[in-house]
Design a protein around this ligand. Structure first.
Ligand code: UD1
Length: 331
């Protein structure tokens, strides 16, 4: 397939992963049109492309964007992303991630835009039956968040039959880190994720970090995760775009480093990087947290040619720490 002009529509491009992806698009010579409602994103994070402030649930606005631009592919990041919040407020997740996602798919079908790269998650697998998790692992999400993403995958697959949409689902493990050049980082008001919370503790913005469970069947009793650098996730999106443009088959790809790190190991790494102790409290398990999540990304290595540049946990933490130091109050 020949590309008309290498322009991508990036939904949620003002968010954490989408904004890093804009930098990779720029580097790879892609133009970008960004749609973001700025509910959690930041306009300062859009360092490439034109930002249209609006909602992907607005089909009329999508029509206008697809009519006034020649869009070769859609990178779909716009979503609500907190597992805990999704349990408390499932409607928000099904509306933003599933219903609005359907509006996007319908607009793509109306305007004959085929190539789609979707920001999916290892949460679609649920509690793992085997480690490492590969793409054929059964999908049994245990949160509305995971379900909302899984249903979008299902809808996009059905649209591939009815409308020729060609989706690639990138299932991230634990997205962490910040732009190594310090241009971007994570800035979320209601932070729930481990690395930013540990950094907030070390920087004195929180008194302590609660470790959710010390009695897991893991080496030190705390939860084990596969941390992957956000810039490596971004580079995978460019490879996925090229893969689709070259006629690659639609499908799902895990994106992780295939290495598990426990909560205590992560805290120790933060202490080493920052040169300060982290005040921790041993708390109970958080509901719905599996003991261990480690992905196999062999398919992405082989098929997309993906090769993470920042796989080392210390490097991942260092980039996050640099961003937090330079931007104590976010953007
Ligand atoms: C989950 C999702 C992931 C999603 C992310 C966004 C699953 C399987 N994964 O990742 O897809 O993108 O949330 O919210 O649902 N922890 C503590 N103390 C804290 C916070 C976390 O001990 O204050 C522990 C957790 O128990 C876990 C690890 O740190 O073992 C990582 O937690 P977190 O950063 O929240 O990510 P996940 O829940 O793994």
């Amino acid at each position: 397939m020949t590309l008309k002009n290498k322009t991508a529509l990036v939904t949620g491009g003002a968010g954490y992963i989408g904004s890093h992806c804009l930098l990779s698009l720029k580097e790879a010579g892609w133009d970008a049109v960004v749609i973001d409602n700025l509910s959690t994103g930041h306009k300062e994070a859009v360092l490439h492309g034109e930002l249209i402030v609006g909602d992907i649930g607005d089909g009329g606005l999508l029509d206008e964007i697809f009519t006034t631009n020649t869009i070769d592919a859609v990178l779909h990041f716009a979503a609500s992303v907190y597992v805990g919040e999704s349990v408390r407020d499932p409607a928000k997740y099904y509306r933003n991630n599933t219903v609005n996602g359907l509006t996007l798919l319908e607009a793509m079908a109306r305007h004959d835009v085929k190539n789609l790269v979707f920001s999916s998650t290892c949460a679609v697998y649920g509690v793992p039956e085997r480690i490492p998790i590969d793409e054929d692992h059964p999908k049994n999400p245990i949160s509305p968040y995971g379900y909302s993403k899984m249903v979008f995958e299902r809808m996009a697959t059905d649209f591939s039959r009815s409308s020729g949409i060609r989706p690639v689902f990138l299932r991230y493990f634990n997205a962490t880190g910040a732009d190594p050049e310090g241009r971007l980082g994570k800035d979320c008001e209601q932070e729930e994720q481990l690395v930013p919370l540990v950094l907030q503790t070390v920087l004195g913005k929180r008194d302590s970090l609660t470790i959710f469970g010390s009695d897991y069947p893991t080496a030190d009793g705390t939860g084990v995760r596969d941390y992957v650098h956000v810039s490596d996730l971004a580079s995978a999106h460019i490879l996925a775009l090229e893969y689709l443009a070259n006629g690659g088959e639609p499908g799902a790809f895990n994106l992780g480093n295939g290495a598990g790190h426990s909560v205590r190991e992560l805290i120790k790494t933060v202490e080493e990087v920052c040169g300060k102790p982290v005040n921790t409290i041993d708390g109970p398990r958080r509901e719905g947290d599996p003991a261990t999540l480690i992905g196999s990304s062999e398919k992405a290595f082989k098929t997309l040619g993906w090769s993470p540049k920042y796989a080392d946990l210390k490097t991942i933490v260092e980039t996050s720490y640099r961003w937090s130091l330079a931007h104590p109050n976010g953007y």
